[in-house]
Design a protein around this ligand. Structure first.
Ligand SMILES: [Zn+2]
Length: 99
């Protein structure tokens, strides 16, 4: 029996904006525009300050997302090597007929 489980938690760090809060890893829904499409990414990792609310997105996750959303990516290879999280694309310009 040991207490080493605590080491698994990601470290928090001081917010560089307010210098008072701690940045904590949260999973939020990330919104971004790709041309005219609004792309929503659920469970996107971001560091959020618990005092001023500043958000800083995880660099690797942003890189991954950029690659994923790049139209050129994924055309060369057909087999994705890593499991892909669900990315929903919503096209905003033409609405379907009203239900
Ligand atoms: Zn802050």
């Amino acid at each position: 029996m040991s207490e080493e489980v605590a080491q698994v938690r990601p470290p928090s760090f001081t917010c560089n904006q307010c210098q008072a809060g701690l940045m904590n890893l949260r999973f939020i829904t990330y919104f971004t525009w790709l041309d005219e499409e609004l792309v929503t990414v659920p469970n996107f990792p971001a560091w959020v300050c618990d005092v001023c609310g500043k958000r800083e997105y995880d660099g690797r996750a942003v890189n991954w997302l950029t690659t994923l959303l790049n139209p050129a990516a994924g055309q060369a290879t057909r087999k994705p090597r890593a499991p892909r999280p669900t990315v929903r694309r919503r096209v905003n310009r033409s609405l379907p007929p009203s239900e």
